[in-house]
Design a protein around this ligand. Structure first.
Ligand code: 2HG
Ligand code: ZN
Length: 493
C-alpha cells in the first residue's frame, strides 16, 4: 500500500518507509519538476521493470548484437593485424594471461547495453603497470591498436573494440596499495572494483567520493578514465577535484608516475587532469590516488512523490541536528503544496532499498528492447521540457520516453525505448536532441563521456578551437593513434 500523508511530520514519514517500493512502480513522471533541491530526481516507467545485474550480459537467448562496423559508417584505420608472433610475444610478458578463447572474448567485445560489438581476437590481462608498459611499448612499435577495458559498464560504447583492437583488461590489477586513515587518501590499482573499495574504506571510517549504479562491476580506473559522475557528485564534486594523483602508461610504454600527490601541489601543469575523462585515448590509467571523505554518521533519505519522484539524501555528523533540518524542509514543502506524499528512511537497509530503485532504472529500461540514451546538462528549469516535447514528436514510434537523472546537477538522462533498433526513431531523435541541447547552451554528454557512439557530436558542446587543441594533444601523446581509436574525437575526413 502506498504511504499517504494526512499531516506533515517526519516521524510519520519514517514509519511509511518500508511500504514505498510497491508504491512507485506504476507511476509515470510527467510535468515540470518543481523542486530545485539537492538530490537525484527520477521517474518510474509505466511498466513494472524486472531487474538484472549490471555488467557484461551474455544471455543465451539474447539476439546477436550487430557488429559495430556493420551498423555504423566507420572505416578501420591502417593498424597492423595481430600475428602468431605477436601472441607469442604477449605470452612472454603476461604468461597464461593471453586470452584467445572466442567465448571469453564475446563478453569483452560487446557492451553491457548490447548496442555495439567489436571483433577483437585477443584479450590481455596484466597484473602490474610494468606489464602494461611492456605491452604498450610492443604495440606501439608494431602499430597495433589497443582498447583499454575496465568493468565494461560504460554507456557510450567506449570500453569495447570497434574492429580488432587488442583488449587490455585491468581486471587483475585489483590491489589496494595504501590507505592513510588520517587524510583519507586511498591509493590503489586501476582494476579495483568500486564497491570493494567502498567496503575497504568504510571499514576504516571513510567513504568513496563517488557512487554509481554499476558499482558492483565498474573499475576505479574506468571511473577516472570516463570522469564518471554518479550519485554523490553534488555533494563531493567531480573526480577532477577528488583524484589526487594518477599513474598512467603512455602509448609508447612510458610510465608517468604522478601518483604520490599531496593534498596541495602547485608545481607546473596538472597533468593528471588530462587523463581524467580522456576515455583511455591519451594513456592507460594503471593506479589512482583518491581522497575519501569521512563516513557521515547520520544519513537520511527522503523520497517525495507525485507527479515527480525525488530522492534526496542528506549526510552529516549529528543525527538530531540533521533530522531537525530535514523535518523543517519537509514541513515547508508539504505546506506549500510542492509535495503531496513521501517517506524518509534512516535505517541503512531502507536507505539502500530506496537507492536501489533509483540505481536500477537504467537496467530496467534495457528490458524494453533498444534504448536510445542521451545524457544532457540543461538549465534546471528546462530539464523536463525535452521529455514532454519528444513524447509528442515520437508518438507511438517509442515504447517509452523517460526522463530521470541528477536534478541537483542539472543532468537529465533522457531514455527512449523501442522494440528494436530503428533508423527512423534515430532520425527523429538526432540531431534534434543535440540541437535542442546546444540551444540551451547545455552539454551533450554530462557524465557518460563520448566513447564511440557520441564522438561525432562533440561540436554541439565545444568550439572548433577546443577540438583542434584536443587533436593536438592526442597527436602529442599518442602519435600513432593506437590508444582506444575511434573514440572521443570525431573521425577526420
Ligand atoms: O542509463 C542511463 O541513461 C543513466 C545511467 C546512470 O548514469 C544513472 O544515473 O543511472
Ligand atoms: Zn547518471
Amino acid at each position: 500500500m502506498a504511504p499517504h500523508l494526512v499531516q506533515p511530520g517526519w516521524r510519520f514519514w519514517r514509519q511509511a518507509a518500508c511500504t514505498l517500493g510497491a508504491s512507485v512502480q506504476h507511476r509515470t513522471w510527467a510535468g515540470t519538476p518543481r523542486i530545485p533541491r539537492p538530490g537525484s530526481l527520477w521517474g518510474a516507467t509505466t511498466t513494472s521493470p524486472r531487474i538484472c545485474r549490471s555488467g557484461s550480459s551474455t544471455s543465451a537467448r539474447a539476439p546477436e548484437v550487430t557488429l559495430t562496423r556493420e551498423r555504423y559508417p566507420v572505416r578501420r584505420l591502417p593498424f597492423s593485424v595481430v600475428s602468431r608472433e605477436d601472441l607469442e610475444a604477449f605470452e612472454r610478458v603476461v604468461p597464461g594471461r593471453v586470452i584467445t578463447d572466442p567465448e571469453v572474448l564475446e563478453a569483452s567485445n560487446v557492451d553491457w547495453l548490447r548496442t555495439v560489438r567489436g571483433s577483437s581476437a585477443v584479450l590481455l590481462r596484466p597484473r602490474t603497470s610494468e606489464e602494461v608498459a611492456h605491452i604498450l611499448r610492443y604495440c606501439h612499435e608494431r602499430n597495433l591498436a589497443v582498447n583499454p577495458q575496465g568493468g565494461n559498464t560504460g554507456m557510450v560504447g567506449g570500453s569495447v573494440p570497434v574492429f580488432d583492437e587488442i583488449i587490455l583488461s585491468t581486471a587483475l590489477m585489483n590491489q589496494v596499495i595504501s590507505f592513510h586513515d588520517l587524510s583519507g587518501t586511498l591509493v590503489c590499482q586501476a582494476g579495483c572494483v568500486l564497491e570493494e573499495l567502498s567496503r575497504h574504506v568504510e571499514e576504516r571510517g571513510f567513504i568513496m567520493p563517488l557512487d554509481l549504479g554499476a558499482k558492483g562491476s565498474c573499475h576505479i580506473g574506468g571511473n577516472v578514465a570516463t570522469n564518471a559522475g554518479g550519485l554523490r557528485f553534488l555533494r563531493y564534486g567531480s573526480l577532477h577535484g577528488t583524484v589526487l594523483g594518477l599513474e598512467v602508461v603512455l602509448a609508447d610504454g612510458t610510465v608517468l608516475n604522478c601518483l604520490s600527490a599531496p593534498r596541495k601541489d602547485n608545481t607546473g601543469y596538472d597533468l593528471k587532469q588530462l587523463f581524467i575523462g580522456s576515455e583511455g585515448t591519451l594513456g592507460v590509467i594503471t593506479a589512482v590516488s583518491i581522497l575519501c571523505p569521512p563516513k557521515p554518521r547520520a544519513v537520511n533519505v527522503a523520497f517525495l512523490e507525485s507527479p515527480f519522484y525525488v530522492l534526496i539524501e542528506t549526510s552529516g555528523s549529528r543525527a538530531g541536528h540533521d533530522a531537525e533540518k530535514l523535518n523543517d524542509f519537509l514541513e515547508q514543502v508539504l505546506r506549500s503544496g510542492l509535495v503531496t506524499d513521501g517517506t524518509v528512511a534512516t535505517d541503512h537497509m531502507k536507505v539502500k532499498a530506496l537507492w536501489a530503485l533509483r540505481e536500477r532504472i537504467s537496467e530496467a529500461l534495457s528490458r524494453d528492447g533498444y534504448v536510445y540514451k542521451y545524457d544532457l546538462s540543461l538549465p534546471t528549469e528546462r530539464l523536463y521540457d525535452l521529455v514532454t516535447d519528444l513524447r509528442v514528436r515520437l508518438g507511438p514510434q517509442a515504447k517509452h520516453v523517460v526522463g530521470y537523472g541528477h536534478l541537483g546537477d542539472g543532468n537529465l538522462h533522457l531514455n527512449v525505448t523501442s522494440e528494436a533498433f530503428s533508423p527512423s526513431v534515430l532520425d527523429a531523435l538526432e540531431p534534434y536532441v543535440y540541437e535542442w541541447t546546444a540551444g540551451q547552451r547545455g552539454s551533450v554528454s554530462a557524465e557518460h563521456g563520448l566513447g564511440f557512439r557520441k564522438r561525432g557530436v562533440i561540436s554541439y558542446s565545444k568550439p572548433p578551437e577546443a577540438l583542434r587543441l584536443m587533436r593536438q594533444l592526442k597527436a602529442l601523446l599518442d602519435p600513432k593513434g593506437i590508444l582506444n581509436p575511434y573514440k572521443t574525437l570525431p573521425a577526420q575526413a
